[in-house]
Ligand binder design. Structure first.
Ligand code: NAD
Length: 256
């Protein structure tokens, strides 16, 4: 229960990686502020099963004012946001010249600008209490590019850069900021890309294997629970000097 007495806010935690991270933080004893679209009840039940308090705020993180309202509710309810996990994200695949401008703007707002807004809003409280952990869920695409993912790759590279600046600006404090760079995790975001291959005539198994074989040498998905355990480690005292890292968990994707 190393996180007993701490409060974690995880954006985009009604599904996928965010829910996996929130669940591991709940196992470690943290109170949770969940966020994301859809029915929050299953996610709330999943974290409350570990005996911790949890609330959900429906902020659309593309709206800075809604992020501010979420942070205010978190601080009013639990007195603090000690751990901020910037996880909410979306994807769209198209070549640069065919990339819908509206999708570009949405990806930059949700995957990049929200990280800036949540961080600037949570940092004063962390500084006042002298403790904080910020973990930004970037991607292997924060380190390397891929065809068709201009907005996502630009946003995730931006997250890695922002992470370094926040780490430097907090370097003398017990506040750390790091980025995680996962490879493929089987969530709704990646299932869309498998479904595209199925629509092109591949079987579900062949479509899944083709996706992995293209990028991920282990040929296995990373799991939300594995990412949650890494976030939990980054919240520990042992990780106090891990600062500004872009930590890969990608089955070897970026090793080649
Ligand atoms: P997901 O689609 O399963 O979950 C995304 C979550 O974000 C959901 O809870 C959704 O409701 C929420 N969300 C979406 N738009 C939002 C908005 N405007 N405001 C608030 N919440 C919003 O996706 P995932 O695969 O779990 O992705 C989570 C993060 O991990 C993303 O930042 C993604 O880029 C990153 N990531 C995913 C993979 C992967 O393979 N799945 C790999 C590397 C990085």
């Amino acid at each position: 229960m190393q996180l007993h007495g701490k409060t974690a806010l995880v954006t985009g935690s009604t599904s996928g990686i965010g829910l996996g991270i929130a669940t591991v933080l709940a196992q470690a004893g943290a109170s949770l502020v969940l966020n994301g679209f859809g029915d929050p009840a299953p996610a709330l039940r999943a974290v409350q099963a570990h005996g911790v308090q949890a609330i959900h705020h429906p902020a659309d993180v593309s709206e800075p004012g809604e992020i501010a309202a979420m942070v205010a509710l978190a601080e009013a309810t639990f007195g603090a946001v000690d751990i901020l996990v910037n996880n909410a994200g979306i994807q769209h695949v198209a070549s640069v010249e065919h990339f819908p401008v509206e999708r570009w703007d949405a990806i930059i707002a949700i995957n990049l600008s929200s990280v800036f807004h949540a961080t600037r809003l949570c940092l004063p409280g962390m500084k006042a209490r002298g403790w904080g952990r910020i973990v930004n869920i970037a991607s292997a695409h924060g380190l390397v590019g891929s065809v068709g993912k201009a907005a996502y790759v630009a946003a995730k590279h931006g997250v890695v850069g922002l992470t370094k600046v926040v780490a430097l600006e907090t370097a003398e404090l017990n506040i750390t900021c790091n980025a995680l760079c996962p490879g493929f995790v089987l969530t709704p975001l990646v299932q869309q890309q498998i479904d595209t291959r199925i629509a092109q005539g591949l079987s579900p198994e062949a479509a899944t294997q083709a996706l992995l074989a293209d990028k991920q040498p282990s040929l296995e998905f990373v799991t939300p629970e594995q990412l949650g355990e890494l976030v939990s480690f980054l919240c520990s005292e042992a990780a106090r000097q891990v600062r500004g890292a872009a930590w890969s968990m990608d089955g070897g994707w970026t090793a080649g």
